[in-house]
Design a protein around this ligand. Structure first.
Ligand SMILES: Nc1ncnc2c1ncn2[C@@H]1O[C@H](COP(=O)(O)OP(=O)(O)OP(=O)(O)O)[C@@H](O)[C@H]1O
Ligand SMILES: [Mg+2]
Length: 225
């Protein structure tokens, strides 16, 4: 469903070139739960942002359902992102002035969907992540784990084909982290939503149907020592 071919990313900082991704070819299959692992600086976030159409590779191609989406205008890309992709980041990225419910339905509101429809769906999703009784809370009135589950519900609101999560448990204690991973796992099983997540934690492998490891911007076969 989503494929990158010979993708490289070089960040330019003045005269200095920082290679972050080196000739990566990867196909994301429908319904899978893929884990991207690798040490700090190996290119995991860069790869996730390229797959999620948030960033573009310096070289290489990206295909969504067979269509080359690499060269599309930003306006078209942002529409594809809103309609088919959901994102969960390490730092939750909720809007502080909005309640949990308003945060969840914001991406649907941005697409111009019907309020009645998206409000109902947002409530169903908040229920699914166990936060029905926190609907009216502002982000600062929620624990880190609860905020991350609001972010997961928000990622689901437009019925995405694929969710990207970049170290979604990095800021959480182990219990809240487990809860967040189990929520993602449940979405993958229950809604068949394809999930690509980044993790540092070897024990998160159990949630994945496949693991891809990065080392210095390249995919490697085995866990590096
Ligand atoms: N905006 C940027 N400008 C310049 N260099 C960058 C930028 N973003 C990342 N890099 C560099 O690219 C490389 C890959 O970074 P990336 O953030 O993808 O790593 P990561 O595997 O996600 O690391 P971490 O586990 O610490 O989050 C690193 O060497 C990093 O310093
Ligand atoms: Mg990262």
């Amino acid at each position: 469903m989503l494929k990158i071919k010979n993708a490289s990313k070089i960040y330019k900082l003045g005269d200095v070139e920082v290679p972050a991704l080196n000739n990566v070819t990867l196909t994301i299959k429908e319904g899978e739960m893929l884990c991207i692992m690798g040490r700090s600086g190996s290119g995991k976030s860069t790869l996730l942002r390229i797959l999620g159409l948030i960033d573009s590779p310096t070289k290489g191609k990206i295909y969504l359902s067979g269509k080359d989406v690499g060269k599309l205008k930003e306006k078209v890309r942002s529409r594809i992102r809103l309609e088919t992709m959901g994102y969960v980041f390490q730092e939750y990225a909720l809007l502080s002035e909005l309640t949990a419910l308003e945060n969840v339905y914001l991406p649907a509101k941005m697409l111009g969907r019907w309020p009645k429809e998206y409000k109902d769906r947002a409530i169903t999703l908040l229920d699914a992540v166990g936060l029905l009784n926190r609907m009216k809370h502002l982000p600062r009135q929620l624990s880190g784990g609860q905020q991350q589950r609001v972010a997961i519900a928000r990622a689901m609101v437009n019925k995405p084909e694929i969710i990207f999560a970049d170290e979604p448990t990095a800021n959480l204690d182990s219990k809240a982290g487990k809860n967040v991973m189990e929520t993602l796992y449940w979405l993958n099983k229950n809604y068949k939503t394809t999930i690509v997540f980044v993790s540092h934690d070897e024990s998160d492998k159990k949630y994945a149907s496949r693991v891809v490891r990065l080392l210095d911007g390249r995919i490697v076969k085995r866990k590096p020592i």
